[in-house]
Ligand binder design. Structure first.
Ligand code: PLP
Length: 426
């Protein structure tokens, strides 16, 4: 028998399977051997979906018809209102596009956008592989731990000048996955001046905006409304990653991009799940109870970051308190020589050895665009019972005692990591 003739497109061939997957597979293999695994690799919200949103989903479980490609009109209006309350801008329902996850929207944007993708290093694991899938060119811009891994306006300006003219899409994510850092108003304004000079489109990925620890997230759209698309969704602040709902908000002058993306949406996912869209209306309208839920979540994450940063700093990690959400991006350059001598030369080897020796799963910095030999890792401090932590927060102040009790597993994992660093670097 002859085999069927198949081939895989060149662009897809080159894309390695994700680092998250490799760590997951190693974790599963160790768990099968009876080992305890601390899951600081997967970036998933620990908190349950708010009760009112779950109730809305139940109420609409019988909605079975396909919805319009761009989204349920009521939801598009709710999302426009949500952004207008947050940023003081003036979105209309027709400026909003709904999809099964913001990842899908980012993918379609990269499909329709004809130009260079500009990414700060480090950036979220998915942007660069998506570019690769479409053969889009990526212009990486360096950042440093000393500057909290933030994209600096001068660095962006210099890179754009050197690169020359041509359409550019800057993907800016804040609070950031993987670093946890965000921008101040002044920094956003300066970045806005640079992107305006270079006539760039900005995809502002604000999926963690609600989880800014001080509740003071601001969008670059405030300073660059004409060129910014704001990406958001239910996955992080609403604890509903598995529900798959993401949103893009476009400037009125960029309807051409929205229209192009809607054509692709109509030929791919058709429309986002109807019950989920109905439930999302309740989420985006928010209200007192949801506001309280978010306030507790922010507070738990803010307070929990403190002992982790303190413990990591004590063993020589380069790390500081994050501005939002649930990630830290420590680097262990100080111990590079000692690790080198013990056979650990890359962040991938660092993560793999750490998992093997201690059961603590983290992701290597190289998955986020960092040089392979830099010993940086992303740590997602989410391996705890978010429902119990929220319940405790509603009864007592959120302090170190509360997080020690409710998030002990995360702190135990950090202690194991610190002991391992000390032993290896000794
Ligand atoms: N953007 C960032 C920075 C993320 O971390 C994630 C999920 O991990 C997403 C986008 C995708 O979110 P979703 O597709 O669930 O909306």
């Amino acid at each position: 028998m002859t085999a069927p003739i198949t081939d895989i497109k060149r662009h897809v061939h080159g894309v390695a399977s994700s680092a998250t997957l490799a760590i997951n597979e190693q974790s599963n293999a160790l768990r099968a051997q009876g080992r305890t695994i601390y899951k600081l690799g997967l970036g998933q919200s620990p908190f349950p979906v708010p009760e009112s949103v779950v109730a809305a989903l139940k109420e609409h479980a019988r909605e079975k018809d396909y919805l319009p490609v761009r989204g349920l009109p009521e939801l598009r209006a709710a999302v426009a209102g949500y952004h207008n309350r947050q940023s003081g801008l003036d979105y209309r329902a027709e400026d909003i596009l709904i999809a099964p996850g913001s990842k899908e929207l980012l993918y379609i944007l990269q499909l329709v956008f004809n130009g260079t993708i500009v990414l700060p290093s480090p950036s979220w694991v998915t942007y660069a592989p998506q570019a690769q899938l479409f053969g889009n060119r990526v212009l990486w811009i360096e950042t440093t731990p000393g500057q909290h891994w933030k994209l600096l306006p001068a660095a962006l300006d210099a890179a754009c000048r050197e690169d020359g003219t041509g359409p550019k899409l800057l993907v800016l994510n804040y609070p950031s996955n993987p670093t946890g850092f965000s921008f101040t108003d002044g920094e956003l304004e300066e970045l806005a001046n640079v992107v305006r000079t270079h006539q760039m489109v900005v995809l502002s990925d604000e999926i963690y905006g609600e989880l800014h620890h001080e509740g003071s997230h601001r969008s670059i759209a405030t300073y660059y409304p004409e060129g910014t698309i704001v990406s958001a969704g239910l996955s992080k602040w609403c604890g509903a990653g598995g529900w798959r709902l993401g949103t893009f908000a476009f400037p009125a002058g960029m309807q051409y991009l929205l229209n192009a993306m809607a054509v692709v949406a109509s030929e791919t996912f058709t429309a986002t799940s109807a019950p989920i869209q109905h439930a999302a209306v309740t989420a985006f309208r928010k209200g007192e109870r949801i506001d309280r839920y978010i306030a507790y979540a922010r507070e738990i994450l803010r307070v929990l970051a403190e002992p982790i940063v303190e413990r990591l700093s004590k063993v020589g990690a380069n790390v500081s308190k994050p501005d939002g959400a649930f990630y830290l991006f420590p680097s262990f350059e100080k111990h590079a020589r000692a690790f080198d001598e013990s056979g650990v030369h890359t962040s991938a080897e660092f993560s793999s050895r750490l998992l093997q020796d201690t059961g603590v799963a983290v992701l290597p910095g190289s998955a986020f665009g960092r040089p392979a030999a830099e010993l940086s890792v992303r740590l997602a401090y989410v391996d705890f019972d978010g429902a119990a932590a929220l319940e405790a927060a509603s009864r007592q102040p959120v302090d170190e005692a509360l997080v020690t009790r409710c998030c002990g597993n995360v702190l135990a994992a950090v202690d194991l990591l610190c002991e391992w660093i000390e032993q290896t670097a000794a």
